[in-house]
Design a protein around this ligand. Sequence first.
Ligand code: CA
Length: 219
Amino acid sequence: MRILLVEDEPTLRAQLREVLQAAAYAVDEADNGRDAHFLGDTETFDAVVLDLGLPVLDGLTVLKRWRDAGRTMPVLILTARDNWSEKVAGIDAGADDYLTKPFHWEELLARLRALIRRAAGQASPVLRCGDVQLDTRSGRVTLGGQPVVLTSHEFKVLDYLMHRPGAVVSRGELTEHIYAQDFDRDSNTIEVFVGRLRKKLPPGLIETVRGLGYRLVVA
Ligand code: CA
């Protein structure tokens, strides 16, 4: 899953980036409203963490412009303490959730997981497909109750597919959602990750749909 992180305070942004990357998210960053608006308008994200107090263009305006343009990605806004009217304005502008600064990392991660699974139509934090379970909270994957050890990229591919069981997902779509923009993207590597996942998971779980992509077969 790929997150757009918009925060102008360098120390906080660096900390957030580290926390998000440690939680297996691909992270793109912006430190002002103009760059944030451009990235959110032109790239694909599974969620956005948007500080409202930003230079050049304020967060509320950025959010309104995205929504006016039909961009539907989940947006979690960061608001100043004791500023209730900012929360109301943010939610009315199209934010899906908010956090008041300062906040705990765990709460940010929990809210992001909830936004991402809701956007994918999933209610439970534990994703299941046959005997395979993926716990989005711990990042643990099990097969018939036994742990399956995955590399970070294998996990990212499986996580994306398990949020969309039964749906055809193209290699291009997977590439967009597991790599940040500055990463050297190569959609051929997706094939490699899927190949490795197939060796670790039940045969037939990840189906190749010729010319279109992959599909997680729902048992
Ligand atoms: Ca700020």
